[in-house]
Design a protein around this ligand. Structure first.
Ligand code: PNS
Length: 165
């Protein structure tokens, strides 16, 4: 059997906003790999609630508060291929969370394509049952409609949302 190719994994996402679900994934990815690159996707054509710099600083503040800053790095994922980004940072695998079969239906073609393009595997972590109701899109919707979202977010994200409303 060949030796492992990597000690670095990439945790990609829009993180708009970074939720407690994302934080749980970052923690668990850092327990699996020596180094976790959190790749914050930036698509200038996409309208985000939080701008790129805010999303990055929310993640930085959160990972620092959790003591994960030594094992993680935050990078911007531009418009190129995720597999090219993985090569650039020396990562051999992508980590994504799965809350449900719906997530799997969305993730499966991307994971297969990434393997086809560059032999990059995706490691799926089943979302903690207590966090499986949380998605950034639903958090944005609940927040926009005046609902309470503070118990689904780390404090830095709560503060960032308060600033944009
Ligand atoms: O948090 P999101 O919005 O579900 O994250 C989606 C993301 C950034 C992981 C996804 O859009 C992605 O992988 N983008 C990179 C583009 C790419 O490589 N596409 C072709 C192969 S699937």
């Amino acid at each position: 059997m060949s030796s492992p190719r990597t000690s670095t994994v990439v945790l990609p996402g829009s993180f708009d906003p970074f939720t407690l679900g994302h934080l749980d994934l970052a923690r668990r990815a850092a327990a699996l790999a020596e180094h976790v690159v959190v790749a914050v996707s930036h698509n200038p054509g996409k309208k985000n609630l939080l701008d790129l710099e805010t999303r990055r600083s929310v993640i930085a503040e959160t990972l620092q508060a959790e003591g994960l800053d030594g094992r993680t790095e935050i990078r911007t994922l531009g418009r190129g291929l995720l597999v090219d980004f993985c090569r650039e940072v020396g990562a051999g695998a992508v980590v994504r969370g799965l809350r449900s079969q719906l997530d799997l239906a969305y993730e499966e073609p991307m994971a297969r394509m990434n393997r086809h393009l560059a032999d990059i595997d995706t490691v799926f972590l089943l979302t903690d049952q207590n966090l499986a109701h949380i998605s950034s899109s639903l958090v944005r919707e609940v927040h926009a409609l005046g609902g309470e979202v503070d118990d689904m977010l780390p404090p830095a994200a709560v503060a960032a949302l308060a600033d944009v409303s």
